[in-house]
Design a protein around this ligand. Structure first.
Ligand SMILES: NC(=O)c1ccc[n+]([C@@H]2O[C@H](COP(=O)([O-])OP(=O)(O)OC[C@H]3O[C@@H](n4cnc5c(N)ncnc54)[C@H](O)[C@@H]3O)[C@@H](O)[C@H]2O)c1
Length: 264
């Protein structure tokens, strides 16, 4: 373990599985206490963390679409660990998972109205709700780090996922406006934009869509010629969470092996 985040307390939303779990493990490895907040059971992630770093993590039930649930998450965090320094807004509908019924690649005109609304409710309103819930604690401390998970797909104009891409464009926009609004309170707000990363959700999405050209196309677009895996994103989350990035705010950092040089 290193100690870039010793004494810090982090919430990672959507950390029961996938990329959120990687972020939670990565933050704990730097000494942070971590709240694994998810609509799914976070016990497995918590057990993985606590096995290596005893008592470093707890699980909290969260539905990002409900403001009362996000407020309870923030309160439980401070009740347990005494403060709240870092919020990673990672929870979203993406790919295929126990909660993402109906999410698949399809033409824009084939997206059902209720699926569009559900996507915006979770991916956009959820980020607003969680940030609102964390804000009073960070404001009182005069310090905080909000890291919103966007996507390089926004600047690349990826087709057949219009609801998802639109939601991530909103996340990027919110990150910049929130950076301006919360900067005077000492709260830094940045976005991490991952490239197409081989999480379980994206592998399942590829399998379901029967699209066997997307993954090699993405690899060919990178400068490095390599497929992106979950651990490639952890260093940037740690950096944006730590004091190393204290003069960085309102930024959208692409982490995609150089597939994309412009930010959203
Ligand atoms: N995998 C990729 O290629 C990729 C690329 C760019 C961005 N992203 C983003 O990274 C994040 C994680 O993606 P992933 O691949 O690990 O997918 P995932 O589906 O495994 O993770 C999403 C998590 O969010 C949780 N969640 C969903 N709805 C929720 C709700 N209402 N309240 C609380 N939690 C909820 C899910 O239970 C799940 O644990 C998402 O924001 C996704 O958009 C992923």
């Amino acid at each position: 373990m290193s100690d870039l985040l010793t004494g810090k307390v982090a919430i990672v939303t959507g950390a029961a599985r996938g990329l959120g779990r990687e972020y939670a493990l990565g933050l704990a490895a730097q000494g942070a206490k971590v709240v694994v907040a998810d609509i799914l059971d976070g016990a497995e992630t918590v057990a993985m963390i606590n096995k290596i770093h005893p008592d470093a993590a707890i699980a909290v039930d969260l539905d990002v679409t409900k403001s009362a649930s996000t407020e309870a998450m923030a309160k439980q965090t401070v009740d347990k660990f005494g403060r709240l320094d870092i919020l990673v807004n990672n929870a979203a509908l993406f790919g295929k998972s126990a909660v993402s019924k109906g999410v698949e690649m399809k033409p824009f005109s084939a997206i059902a109205e209720e699926d569009w609304d559900r996507m915006m409710n979770i991916n956009v309103k959820g980020v607003w709700n969680c940030t609102k819930a964390a804000y009073p604690y960070m404001k009182e401390q005069g310090y905080g780090k909000v890291i919103n998970i966007a996507s390089t797909s926004v600047s690349m104009g990826v087709p057949y996922m219009l609801d998802y891409i639109t939601s991530k464009g909103a996340v990027a926009a919110m990150s910049r406006s929130l950076a301006r609004e919360l900067g005077p309170d000492g709260i830094r707000v940045n976005a991490l934009a991952p490239g197409f990363t081989l999480s379980q959700a994206s592998k399942d999405l590829l399998e379901d869509s029967g699209n066997d050209t997307l993954a090699p196309t993405v690899v060919a677009m990178t400068c490095l010629g390599e497929a992106q895996t979950p651990p490639t994103l952890v260093g940037t989350v740690v950096y944006l969470s730590s004091e190393l990035s204290d003069f960085v705010t309102g930024q959208i950092l692409n982490v995609d092996g150089g597939a994309n040089f412009t930010s959203n």
